[in-house]
Design a protein around this ligand. Structure first.
Ligand code: PLP
Length: 462
């Protein structure tokens, strides 16, 4: 399997190279040259199988010969052994035809663990074999950084820097990043918001001297290996609800468009996915784009669902690549307009193509809180604020097929928002109980590329 850039000007890479590279050298994102197909019989055979077996069969064709079959199976087993639920991604019923897929049973209580635990294992195996060491820099709105710290802390051949926006992540999220004691983990608190952190990261990738000097690698959802890991739970949940014999709709609380784009890959592989519904909070650039065709950045307004406080949604570039008929020049043109002018108008043909796949909706702060309270009375489920955005938007899209809303985080990660809505303060799982007592370690940095690069160079020990 070969991987190509959405902007068409970067080297074509193998799975392993694309995984270790992250962002393409032309600023684009890697995608498989052709998406592998599964037949209805292949899909039917997944029903009722252990999550690890579904993961193996869904991901194997994307990996090519990067890992031997037995090694890959072993990596998957180790990645999900850290989860505390036997089903890994269990379904819970909210109403007659509405289900939650709970993606928060991993070590940091958010769906990011599904991909990060896996790529931690994949990186370790690939780097050991190559005898190489790398520097990972990641930008986070809260959950990616925590999941990366958990996955990469203590690894010999990785130095990990997490750029997190000052004052914009929940206390649990911050502590998950600042309390680990491993010396290869560095939490850098940036004086800015998530888009600033992500822009710093992209600028580091585009500074080739720095990139090559520190052997920079990326584990944000620009990394296709992360998207791939997330394709699996679309298969496990849809087959539990009757696929391939009937279609299933998904509503996905969305920020950087990685999780929902994984649903699109599942659909392209042959899974009967009906509608993919983008649910945004008040930072609603994606909902506006799908409604109006105008992809225009506004400022980021902090919300009670901070992991979705994003206006530059990286993986939307991958969706645009397919919507523009796999034309890299058209993608490069629109992305340049976004960077230079703050926006662009999606062409009519591309907009129609996007609307064939995606629907959308948004939830205000008040609607998010009201949904947490209402769901508690309706089904007894306590939703995290991100999941509540999804449940609210799913409710606006009734249909004949089962609806699955992805529950992206555990409510205990966002206790203030949940308590404000319900009067209940959700407790942390026992294994994380002393998080509030552990000492924190972090470095504050200005939103300035040269300063952050200097600090990273200084800290690198290998
Ligand atoms: C990251 C995150 C999201 C958004 O996912 P994207 O892949 O960035 O669209 C939603 N909810 C939670 C809890 C998250 O951590």
């Amino acid at each position: 399997m070969r991987y190509i850039s959405t902007r068409g000007q970067a080297p074509v890479l193998s799975f392993e190279e694309a995984m270790l590279t992250g962002l393409a050298r032309d600023g684009g994102l890697y995608l498989p040259e052709a998406v592998p197909q599964m037949t209805a019989a292949d899909i039917a055979a997944l029903a009722g199988q252990p999550y690890e077996d579904v993961a193996f069969r869904v991901m194997r064709p994307f990996i090519g010969d990067a890992f031997a079959e037995a090694e890959f199976a072993d990596i998957i087993a180790r990645a999900y052994a850290t989860f505390t639920h036997a089903a890994r991604a269990p379904l819970v019923q909210l109403g007659p035809n509405h289900f939650l897929c709970e993606l928060f049973h991993g070590p940091t209580l958010a769906f990011k663990d599904f991909a990060m635990q896996l790529i931690g294992q994949l990186f370790q195996a690939a780097l050991a074999r190559r005898g190489e060491a790398i520097t990972i820099v990641t930008a986070t709105s809260g959950d990616t950084g925590a999941a990366a710290v958990e996955a990469f802390a203590g690894l010999d051949n990785v130095e990990l820097f997490v750029l997190l926006p000052k004052g914009r992540v929940s206390e649990v999220q911050r502590r998950q990043m600042t309390t680990p004691t491993a010396q290869n983990v560095h939490a850098l608190v940036v004086d800015g918001h998530f888009d600033d952190c992500q822009a710093l990261l992209k600028d580091m990738f585009n500074d080739f001297a720095f990139r090559d000097g520190v052997r920079l690698a990326g584990v944000n959802s620009i990394n296709f290996a992360r998207v791939l890991a997330q394709v699996v739970y679309y298969f496990s949940s849809a087959t539990s609800l009757g696929a391939p014999h009937r279609a299933v709709d998904f509503t996905v609380p969305t920020g950087n468009f990685g999780d929902i784009f994984a649903g699109y890959i599942a659909k392209r592989m042959g899974l009967p996915v009906g509608r993919l519904i983008v649910a945004t909070n008040q930072n609603d650039i994606l909902d506006r784009t799908l409604r109006t065709g105008q992809h225009v950045r506004h400022g980021v307004t902090p919300s009670i669902s901070p992991s979705m406080d994003i206006q530059v949604s990286s993986n939307f570039e991958r969706a645009l690549y397919y919507a523009y008929g796999e034309d890299p020049a058209a993608v490069a043109h629109e992305m340049a307009a976004l960077k230079e002018g703050g926006g662009f108008t999606v062409s009519q043909g591309a907009l129609e193509s996007l609307r064939e796949t995606y629907a959308s909706g948004r939830a205000s702060e008040a609607e998010t809180s009201a949904t947490i309270a209402a769901e508690r009375s309706a089904s007894g489920e306590i939703l995290c604020p991100h999941t509540a955005v999804g449940v609210k938007v799913a409710g606006e899209h009734p249909g004949a097929d089962p609806m699955v809303t992805l529950a992206t985080a555990h409510p205990a990660k966002f206790p203030d928002a949940v308590e404000a809505a319900t009067g209940l303060r959700p407790p942390l799982p026992i294994r994380m109980g002393d998080l509030y007592e552990r000492p924190e370690r972090m470095t504050e940095v200005p939103n300035n590329l040269a300063t952050v690069q200097g600090l990273i160079r200084e800290r690198i020990q290998h």
